[in-house]
Design a protein. Structure first.
Length: 223
């Protein structure tokens, strides 16, 4: 049973998500929060597997709440998916950098929401390729200080093969696609990705994608 916590300052939004999720035999809503402070407190008490986190909330926004949850070692089993009205949103990008496993638009169709919850519950990052990639590209282009690509300190301990794998993760490839591209076994590709998580202190693929862009391994607009 996948346990989900809802964090949104609009009661009607929470009620709609709860009705949909609780109707599923494999999903249960274990709490609701109306602001970021309450969300962090409830997550620490209930330890849900997934938090659906609104970005704009009173007292503490979703970006800061996400950071507090994802940096707490005791909450390593909790994944955050941020909710937004606008796909190109600097707050969403900040939440992805802070450790969110992906984001959803609030007007998502019910079947897609259920599929997203199950994907994240299975340990995958929710990376809608076009949306997430466009979001990251837009804000990396804005925040990169110099046009020249600089060496990122986080990459110094990576082997050449690990850099290749990180580049392909940044381009949105799955483990199976990485294995095909580099002529590796699927298990070897998975092992390389697992090592990237450890070496780069990343919770999941969403953070690896952000690192690949910010470090210059993947260039905005490059395919």
């Amino acid at each position: 049973m996948t346990q989900v916590l809802l964090a949104d300052d609009q009661a009607l939004v929470r009620a709609g998500f709860r009705a949909l999720l609780d109707a599923q035999p494999d999903i249960r809503v274990v709490g609701e929060a109306a602001d970021g402070v309450e969300a962090v407190e409830l997550v620490r008490r209930r330890r849900p597997e997934i938090v659906l986190m609104d970005i704009r909330m009173p007292r503490m926004d979703g970006m800061e709440a996400t950071r507090r949850i994802t940096t707490d070692p005791e909450l390593a089993g909790t994944r955050v998916v941020v909710l937004t009205t606008f796909e190109l949103d600097e707050y969403v990008f900040g939440a992805l950098r802070a450790g969110a496993s992906g984001f959803l638009l609030k007007d998502i169709d019910p079947p897609d929401l259920l599929a997203a919850v199950r994907v994240v519950a299975d340990g995958e990052a929710l990376l809608a390729p076009r949306l997430t990639r466009r979001l990251i590209e837009a804000f990396v282009e804005q925040t990169r200080a110099a046009p020249a690509v600089r060496e990122d300190d986080r990459l110094q301990d990576l082997t050449p093969r690990e850099r290749e794998v990180l580049t392909l993760v940044g381009r949105g490839l799955s483990n199976a696609e990485i294995a095909d591209a580099l002529v590796l076994s699927p298990l070897t590709a998975k092992t390389h990705v697992a090592r990237l998580f450890s070496k780069l202190d990343a919770r999941d693929r969403a953070q690896l994608v952000v690192i690949a862009y910010e470090s210059g391994l993947v260039v905005p607009g490059e395919r």
